[in-house]
Design a binder for this molecule. Sequence first.
Ligand code: AMP
Ligand code: GLY
Length: 418
Amino acid sequence: MKVLVVGGGGREHAICWKLAQSPKVTHLYCAPGNGGIAQVAECVPIKATDVDGMVKWAKENAMDFVMVAPDDPLALGMVDALEAAGIPAFGPKANAAIIEASKAFSKELMKKYRIPTAKYETFTDLDKALAYIREQGAPIVVKADGLALGKGVVVASTVEEAETAAREMMEDKKFGESGSTVVIEECMVGPEVTVLAFCDGEHLVPMLSSQDHKRAYDGNQGPNTGGMGAFCPSPKYTPDIADRCMKEIFLPTVAALKAEGRPFKGVIYFGLMLTKDGPRVVEYNARFGDPETQPILSMLDTDLMDIFQACVDGTLDKVDIKWKSGAACCLVLASGGYPVKYQSGYPISGLTEAEALGATVFHAGTRAEDGKVLTAGGRVLGVTATAPSLEEAIEKAYAAAKPITFQDMHFRTDIGKV
Ligand code: AMP
Ligand code: GLY
C-alpha cells in the first residue's frame, strides 16, 4: 500500500515509525514531514493545512490511504475532501472534528448527553462574561472557543486574572477569532490523565493511559507548552477508574456523536481529571496527542495499519489490539525560550549515540540539510524509551538524552515524576 501521513511533528514521526514496520505499507510518504521522518518516509513539501494541494497530490500519486494527524486540517475537512476524491482517509470528518475545534460545541454535547465535565457558560458578550466571572468568583477557568495551539486556556486563581483573560480574548483578540466566543467554567481539582481511543464511528478501543507535562519548567512552573514530555501507562488510572471512564465517558461520547449524525472515525483524545466526585472530561481532542503518541505507539504490539483500516471500515471490534508490558517515557528536548521566542537552525549532535543507548529519538522540529540535522522548531526532539517499569523507562530516556546537544537546548528534569 502507498500511504501518506499528513503532519510534520514528533507525533507524526512516531506514526510513520510504527507504520513503516507494517508489512502492508510498501511506500510511506509524509507531508510536510521533518528531518527525522525523512529516515522512514519520503517527505513531500506540502503544508499540512493545504487541503486542495494534499488531495491533488494524493490523487496524482495514487495513494491507497491517507492518515491526517493534526487538528487544523481535520477541522478544515481534509478527510471529507479525500473521501470525496475516493481516497480512504483516517481521521474524523469536519463535523466530528468539531469536538476539538469548538469547546462550546463539545461542552453542549456533554451537557445534552450527561457526560461528566465542569459546569460552564458560553459567552460572546464581554460584559456578560465579566459579570459571570464576578458572580462565580475564583478560582475559575477562561477558555477561547476555537483552536489556539493549546494556549487559549487560563486557569485563574483570582477574579482579576480571569477578567484580564476574558478581555484579552474577547476585546484584544489575543487568539484571533477563536476568542470571540469564550467558555467560562468551574475549576476542577485532581490529577490529570489522558486516554486516547481508536474509534470506527461505533466501536471504541482505548489505548494505554498517559500523562503529559504541559508547563515549560520543572515543578509545573512557567507557561503552557504543547507538552514537554509524556509517559504511559499512568499509575493513577486504575482498572476501577478505567471501568467508570468507559461507562460514563467513552462509550457515551461515541454514542452521542453518532446520535448527532457526526460519527467519529479516528482517534478521540480524552483529557480527564480524576476529581473526588469521579472522572470528568477536561477536553476532547480529535486526534493523537503530541507528545503522548510517542510513548504510546512505542508500546503498541499490533500492526498500526490494520487498526487504521479497521477504523475506516467500521470493523474495529474485529481487531485484537495488544500492548507491550512495562512502561514508556518521552522526554522533549526544546529550543531555549520555547514556547515564547526561540532561534532555529542550530546543528544537533549525539543522535546516533542516543539511539545506541536503546532509545528512539522522534524528531519534532528538525530539518535535514547537507547531511546535518538542524533545529527547526520549539519542540525539537522526543527521546523515547520503553522498559519493564516506569522508573526504568524514565531513567533510560534521560540517559539516552545525555549525548544530545544543540545550542540553548532546554528540557525538564522531572518528566514522569510530578
Ligand atoms: P485544555 O486546553 O482545555 O486541555 O486546558 C489546558 C489545561 O488547563 C488542562 O490540561 C488543565 O490543566 C487546565 N484546565 C482546563 N480546564 C480546567 C478546569 N475546568 N478546571 C481545572 N483545570 C482546567
Ligand atoms: N499534549 C497535548 C495535546 O496534544 O493536545
